[in-house]
Design a protein around this ligand. Structure first.
Ligand code: PLP
Length: 425
């Protein structure tokens, strides 16, 4: 029977598989940033051979996918740290659900709590005194927990949840995932003019455009959730420790360990913190202790690397490594964009970073690229050049913008910059 399978059949089958793969990658845009199902973001439209012919011969160019903020650029740093962050767990460890019965957040590992506190004290990006730390399975779980905790359980209608556009593309679908009676997505905070209670999500620096933000609605019956995933000194100058009602951080963007799924919230109000803990208790009966232990080791290594009086050498510490790599990439991207009138990037004002003592312009984890002139759909335009990005409409604004990850592997970023420089209208 195999004799009848011709070369043409094999080629057709392999092309069909590849079209399927491409469809999957190009349609991931509506999901969360963690919606990743590949090993590398340089997608060979045909990364396998049929045994008879390499399909690369049919479609030689590779797709570059920068749709997702997958922080793989940090791999090199952690690889160079070698065994300093290796964690070995034995079978008799972490059997219990409970970490500390005396803590309001009973599933928070005490060592992680102290590492988080020390990290914020070191960086100076958040007030930790008199705060309740709630650990979550990524800040994504904490987002759900925060909405649950801030919504009114006996309200006659769901509470409006808003964020100023352009907003993180996952907020609408996360908010409405369960079609909850507690809260519902109500769009752009700039357009919110109802007088009823609401929750505003403030992302600062903002995903997708990198600007520092403040609440825009400012009604007395509003509650604010601050998502500070990117308030770290490799991305933006640290101006002062934030002192808000409820702030969320994540290792995903701080150290690059998105796969560990650890985030934390610093919460002022005890009742709000208790409700968040209740949510996580009912949702997942706590947070993986294995991951918490590993996160502790990672955060400890970051803290220890600053634990000497001499000025750290370049590349020696996480934030130096991150800062230098982001600076290099932004310089390269700005040079390319400057030479190509089709595109433009936002301009940021420099600020003094209290952590590093440097004055620098923000160098966000995403580039918020605009297609100028006649190009109305920037995502499609770039896709036609085999660059996969996430279009502005998913962030509540026009299709003239796209969001591009700046935190991917070196070779993906380099290929992207090179290809962008060759694009002509
Ligand atoms: C603003 C913002 N918040 C939250 C998240 C999700 O973080 P985590 O991996 O901790 O769930 C992301 C991921 O890209 C993000 O950009």
């Amino acid at each position: 029977m195999y004799k009848f399978v011709s070369l043409r059949h094999v080629l057709l089958v392999s092309l069909a598989i590849n079209v399927g793969l491409l469809w999957r990658f190009t349609n991931e845009g509506n999901g969360s940033d963690a919606n990743v199902r590949r090993k590398t973001n340089v997608i060979r439209s045909s990364s396998f051979t049929t045994g008879l012919i390499s399909v690369d011969e049919v479609q030689p160019q590779e797709f570059i996918s920068l749709q997702v903020g997958d922080p793989t650029m940090y791999t090199r740093f952690w690889r160079e740290m070698g065994n300093k962050t290796t964690v070995v767990l034995s079978g008799d460890q972490h059997l219990s659900y409970i970490s500390n019965v005396k803590n309001l957040c009973w599933f928070l590992e005490p060592k992680l709590e102290s590492a988080i506190t020390r990290l914020h004290q070191l960086v100076g990006n958040a007030v930790v005194d008199d705060r309740h730390i709630v650990v979550g399975t990524g800040s994504s779980q904490l987002y759900h927990a925060a909405l649950y905790a801030l919504s009114s359980l006996d309200a006659s209608e769901p509470m409006s949840v808003v964020a100023a556009a352009p907003y993180y593309s996952s907020y609408p679908s996360m908010t409405d995932l369960l079609k909850s009676g507690l809260h519902k997505w109500d769009g752009d905070a700039h357009k919110f003019n109802k007088t009823k209670p609401y929750i505003e999500v403030v992302t600062s620096p903002n995903n997708p455009d990198g600007f520092i933000r403040k609440p825009v609605v400012n009604h007395e019956n509003g509650r604010v959730v601050h998502d500070l995933a990117y308030y770290w000194p490799q991305y933006t100058p640290i101006s002062s420790p934030v002192d808000h009602e409820l702030v969320m951080f994540t290792v995903s963007k701080a150290t690059g360990h998105a796969g560990m799924r650890i985030g934390w919230a610093l919460v002022k109000d005890e009742e709000v913190a208790k409700k968040m803990v209740k949510y996580i208790e009912l949702n997942s009966i706590g947070v993986s202790k294995d991951s918490q232990l590993r996160a502790t080791k990672i955060l400890q290594a970051v803290i220890d690397s600053y634990d000497h009086t001499s000025i750290p050498e370049e590349g020696e510490t996480l934030f130096e490594f991150g800062f230098n790599l982001m600076a290099e990439r932004w310089k390269k991207l700005r040079t390319v964009v400057k030479q190509n009138p089709i595109f433009s990037l936002p301009n940021y004002s420099p600020g003094l970073c209290s952590f590093s003592g440097r004055t620098f312009e923000p160098q966000p984890a995403f580039a918020w690229l605009k297609c100028e002139g006649q190009i109305e759909d920037c995502e499609s335009f770039l896709r036609s050049h085999k660059i996969l990005t996430r279009g502005g409409e998913k962030f509540g604004v026009s299709t003239k913008h796209v969001r591009i990850s700046m935190v991917d592997e070196d070779n993906t970023f380099d290929l992207f910059a090179e290809r962008l420089s060759t694009i002509r209208q």
